[in-house]
Design a protein around this ligand. Structure first.
Ligand code: OXD
Ligand code: MN
Length: 590
């Protein structure tokens, strides 16, 4: 088959590589994506024809479609995700590792002929802003229309990427095939030394939209270490105060800790004059600017958000974003052709078609929407999208938030003593597990910088990179830990969360701006109860004090667990972090 004819590029590296991939996968047809509107219409028509997509009610949800995945393919599969470096130690103990040659051979056998009878889509894309020297070009070869259409939302896809790439050989080579969606033949392999990703046997977003977790985090974290920048699992927001001053923050939270909600926060009525601008909801690329500050860009162009629990209280901006031109995955379809999920506003539908395609009623034992059902929507549709979100130089970061779900140990908010202590706080982060990754739900796991599943190299080296970046920053951001999930004696959440989180952010902003009262505590700087505005909130001062309290016996256990975790990472954990651990123990007098 001649594949060059319709190519949107004359780049010989690309053409050679595509020829090779075509020879391996043996598709019937090759389609080079250009990213145009006409192409979108054509691909959508085809997706509906083959049953990948169902058109939703086009009056109520214009441009919206539903996709149902295979029931065994609903989340990221961390146990099938590999970092394939020549030296096993470079992948580190937190990643699955395979020797590159072995991995290529194993996967080649699965890719061989996997696209027979199918179309191979060549999807060129940019992570980052077109024209920006900080952006990275990737090319994903895939047999999934779902992937091609979703990449069009999540990245800057099509001719724009060929233009950016020019004749260069500097691009991430991504090969993806659904193959037979068999879990026993499912692998998501990263070859950072070759700037290559091979993913087979899954169509799920995090496994198959290779620009997102695979490139923008795993491969980019590796590149960032070599090139002196950072790829982080972080939201980016601008908090505007009543004087119109905007302070930019990033925040790292493990999956399903309300990160997308925080990225699109709407302040409650009592917080007059405040506004939160969304720059990104999942990934931040961070570089040191000429001013010695840290600057952040969102490399993505869309949101791949969790649907269940999204409603007009938890995230009104997301609800407004997903009213049009949105692809829904594994949600419930109502009889009127609109969608529903557990935790959405309004009445529970009396019937519908569930995520598996079966008739559903409220009496059904199964959930209507899968707990990890998703929406894919263009970021530009978000009412709170920042006017700066596409600025090629990014936004200057004043503060970094780290957080997780901790029922007991962590207070509502605490400021780290300095950059090095902040890196320690982030390196020892932990949270309850969720449904975004397969495995047990509700178990506490250490998740440094929320990067455990996404760091493309040894976690100890990653900590060293963070410390080294801090040394190069003349004006480093302040670092904070937040916890919206602290519970009282009765096991109920103490903090109202959602839009009310702004109250904690106000203190964070004050601290970043050199204002704001704080009391020194063994674990960092805490706000006195008086520094958190309670106006219009039915939160007692007692409850607020409980939210800001430290329980020494749980910290004793925490220190022990932190030390076990560091030991499990081996000798590459930087000495400076062990020193921070010892200093904390001393301050706590334990
Ligand atoms: C995501 C995740 O999908 O972190 O963003 O799992
Ligand atoms: Mn994420």
């Amino acid at each position: 088959m001649t594949v060059v004819a319709q190519a949107g590029t004359t780049n010989k590296h690309v053409l050679l590589w595509i020829e090779e991939m075509v020879k391996l996968c043996k598709p019937d047809r090759v389609h080079w994506c250009n990213g145009s509107e006409e192409e979108k219409a054509e691909l959508l028509k085809e997706a509906v024809r083959v049953g990948d997509f169902e058109a939703l009610n086009q009056e109520k949800l214009p441009g919206c479609y539903l996709h149902r995945s295979a029931p065994n393919d609903v989340a990221r599969t961390e146990h099938l995700t590999f970092i394939c470096t020549r030296n096993k130690d470079d992948a580190g103990p937190t990643n699955n590792w395979m020797e590159p040659k072995e991995a290529y051979q194993k996967l080649e056998a699965i890719f061989d002929g996997a696209m027979r009878g199918r179309t191979l889509y060549v999807v060129p894309f940019i992570m980052g802003q077109p024209g920006s020297p900080f952006s990275k070009v990737g090319i994903e070869v895939t047999d999934s229309l779902y992937v091609a259409l979703n990449m069009r939302i999540m990245t800057r896809m099509g001719s724009v990427a060929w233009k950016q790439l020019g004749d260069s050989n500097d691009f991430t080579r991504g090969l993806h095939s659904k193959a037979d969606l068999n879990e026993n033949r499912r692998y998501i392999c990263h070859f950072p030394e070759d700037n290559t990703i091979w993913s087979v046997g899954s169509g799920y977003g995090g496994n198959a939209l290779l620009g997102k977790k695979c490139l923008a985090l795993r491969i980019a974290s590796w590149l960032g270490r070599q090139e002196g920048w950072m790829a982080e699992h972080m939201l980016i927001i601008g908090v505007e105060d009543p004087q119109g001053e905007v302070t930019y923050l990033t925040g790292a939270f493990p999956s399903q800790c309300g990160k997308t909600n925080l990225a699109m926060l709407i302040p409650p009525a009592s917080q007059k004059g405040y506004k939160v601008w969304t720059v990104g909801d999942d990934i931040a690329w961070l570089r040191i600017g000429p001013d010695g500050r840290l600057w952040a860009t969102n490399p993505e162009a869309g949101f791949f958000g969790v649907a269940p629990g999204t409603n007009t209280l938890s995230n009104p901006n997301a609800m407004a974003t997903i009213r049009r031109d949105t692809f829904y995955t594994n949600v419930l379809k109502k009889p009127d052709g609109t969608v529903w999920w557990e935790g959405m506003d309004g009445e529970t539908p009396r019937e519908g078609v569930d995520w598996r395609g079966n008739r559903w009623t409220p009496d059904s034992k199964e959930k209507g929407a899968h707990p990890n059902s998703r929406f894919t929507a263009p970021a530009s549709q978000c009412p709170s999208i920042s006017p700066q979100w596409e600025d090629p130089k990014g936004v200057p970061i004043s503060g970094i938030l780290f957080g997780g779900r901790r029922a007991k140990v962590a207070p509502l908010v605490v400021q780290a003593r300095n950059w090095q202590h902040g890196v320690f706080v982030a390196a020892t982060m932990a949270s309850e597990t969720t449904a975004a990754a397969t495995g047990k739900v509700g178990v506490i796991r250490r998740d440094p910088m929320a990067m455990l599943p996404f760091c493309g190299y040894h976690m100890g080296d990653y900590f060293s990179h963070w410390l080294a970046m801090g040394k190069r920053l003349a004006n480093p951001p302040k670092i904070f830990h937040v916890n919206w999930f602290r519970t009282g004696e009765d096991g109920k959440f103490l903090w109202p969360g959602y839009g009310e989180n702004l109250r904690a952010l106000r203190w964070v902003v004050d601290r970043c701006q050199g204002r704001g009262e704080a009391v020194e505590n063994p674990i960092g700087f805490l706000p006195p109860a008086s520094a958190i505005d309670r106006t219009g909130l039915s939160l007692t001062e007692e409850a607020l004090k409980a939210l800001l309290s430290i329980d020494r016996s749980s910290w004793e256990e925490e220190l022990q667990l932190q030390s076990e975790f560091f030991h499990s990472l081996g000798e590459r954990v930087p000495q400076a972090l062990w020193e921070e651990h010892a200093a904390l123990s001393k301050r706590l007098d334990l």
